[in-house]
Design a protein around this ligand. Structure first.
Ligand SMILES: Cc1cc2nc3c(=O)[nH]c(=O)nc-3n(C[C@H](O)[C@H](O)[C@H](O)COP(=O)(O)O)c2cc1C
Length: 437
């Protein structure tokens, strides 16, 4: 029995020159202007997607490694996704739009007020992808950089603060009675006064209360502390995990336990697994593509090295491909998790060539070795995830209409035929659509 799932799109390299280097840039889209994103947002809405999440990193990284980030536009420049959101809301009626925000960058009162404004302007379709990257904090304050868990503590205090401000208008405070001329009852507003570890502010908020719920909180952190944050705070958790039954079920159990520990119901947190499929028109083409990637040449390895150098802020491009990777090359700023993702299952003495090659190789959807396949093979995979209780998937890519159509044109009709993808939205904005099933 198939069940509907939620679909999200992750604009994975943010509001920047995404897709740089691809021939399809010759469609004359301009990444700095809204038209490109509006076209794609309309397509996602027609396809029944719940939400579009826009990645962000406010920083270009440390001074020594900026070039690694910008040379091929893997890690910047990036414009502010919060300011793109209104243009996307104006172009759509149902799609949720979720800019990435870092609590280091916004004082709670400013954040609560701006997000309340956007929640009203959008018909209650705003979400916030709350991230805790600590490296960029120096752009906003000269206070010492927080550690990993402390950044989550600050994020939790920040979300609590936003919610207390959003709730500072009590039931019945907004009167709007034309006959008596009363607009609001000031006695029903709470003058919140918060003096916390990281923030201090007073309320009440100078914005009217919501009719269809608060902005959805989305979170992507995968550490124990990240999962606890999601269980306590999030409406949507973005997950990276191997897509086998055991991993999916184990991940879901951890989030559900965290939700229950925080007094919430497991179904309050929708978990979307991030996937970047490569869809082709036939199984033969898929096999050909996979075979062609089996022995990457040095140029292909260099492309992977550039991308990894940007993400890890560590220059791998000049290293000898045939020598083992010396981990001392990574500075303090590179997390153990990031290094583990780079190295994978390789032994410590594996040559860099082998490590990079494993990132260049593609695998087939049908045998679980990768994500190359046809639309119907991919639909099979999503259907299977649903049988394991999965709430939804997050497709991952840039937002060029070429990419969006390449992925969705064949896939959407198949998913709809199978009852996996919604045919229509319910009223009430993003929260209502997330709760619809
Ligand atoms: C699907 C996905 C999307 C993410 N998006 C962002 C992002 O837009 N900006 C960011 O700074 N970090 C992003 N992250 C990283 C997380 O916010 C977090 O910093 C990282 O996972 C480390 O936290 P953890 O130790 O709890 O996993 C993303 C992670 C995942 C899995």
């Amino acid at each position: 029995m198939t069940r509907p799932q939620h679909f999200g799109w992750f604009l994975a390299r943010g509001f920047g020159p995404h897709g740089w280097g691809h021939p399809y840039l010759r469609w004359n889209h301009r990444w700095t202007e809204p038209g490109l994103y509006q076209d794609s947002a309309r397509t996602l809405e027609q396809a029944g997607f719940d939400l579009l999440i826009i990645e962000d990193a406010p920083s270009l990284g440390s001074a020594e490694t900026i070039d690694l980030r910008v040379r091929h536009a893997f890690g910047g420049p990036k414009h502010d996704p919060l300011l793109l959101a209104p243009y996307l809301f104006a172009a759509t009626r149902h799609l949720g739009v979720v800019p990435t925000v870092n609590p280091a960058a916004y004082l709670p009162y400013t954040a609560a007020r701006q997000f309340a404004t956007l929640q009203h302007l959008s018909g209650h379709r705003l979400g916030l992808n709350v991230v805790t990257d600590t490296g960029s904090a120096r752009h906003f304050s000269t206070a010492p950089q927080l550690g990993h868990d402390a950044a989550y503590d600050r994020a939790e205090e920040w979300v609590d603060g936003l919610r207390s401000l959003w709730r500072s208008w009590g039931d019945g405070a907004l009167v709007e009675d034309e006959e008596t001329g009363v607009y609001a009852d000031g006695n029903l507003l709470t003058a919140t006064s918060h003096r916390g570890e990281y923030f201090g502010f007073d309320g009440p908020l100078n914005a009217v209360p919501f009719t269809d719920g608060e902005p959805a909180i989305v979170s992507p952190g995968g550490s124990g502390r990240g999962l606890a944050f999601a269980g306590r705070n999030s409406d949507v958790q973005l997950a990276l995990a191997p897509l086998d039954e055991q991993s999916i079920r184990a991940y879901r159990r951890r989030i559900h336990a965290a939700a229950e520990a925080a007094g919430r119901a497991p179904s309050d947190v929708k978990i979307l697994f991030a996937i970047q499929p490569v869809l082709v028109s036939s199984p033969e083409e898929a096999d050909r593509l996979v075979a062609a990637s089996a022995h990457p040449d040095d140029a292909a390895l260099l492309t992977i090295a550039c991308k990894q150098s940007s993400d890890l802020e560590t220059d791998l491009t000049g290293l000898d491909l045939d020598r083992p990777l010396d981990r001392a090359i990574f500075g303090e700023h590179v997390s153990e998790g990031s290094i583990r993702r780079l190295v994978g299952k390789h032994e410590p003495d594996a040559p860099l060539r082998a490590i990079l090659a494993s990132h260049a190789r593609l695998g087939r959807l049908t045998d679980g070795s990768g994500f190359v396949g046809t639309a119907s093979e991919f639909a099979d995979r999503i259907e299977e995830l649903g049988e394991w209780g999965n709430d939804g998937v997050l497709l991952w890519g840039d937002l060029h209409p070429v990419t969006v159509h390449r992925l969705l044109d064949d896939l959407v009709p198949i998913l709809r035929r199978r009852g996996i993808l919604r045919e229509e939205y319910v009223d009430g904005g993003l929260g209502a659509n997330l709760r619809a099933f």
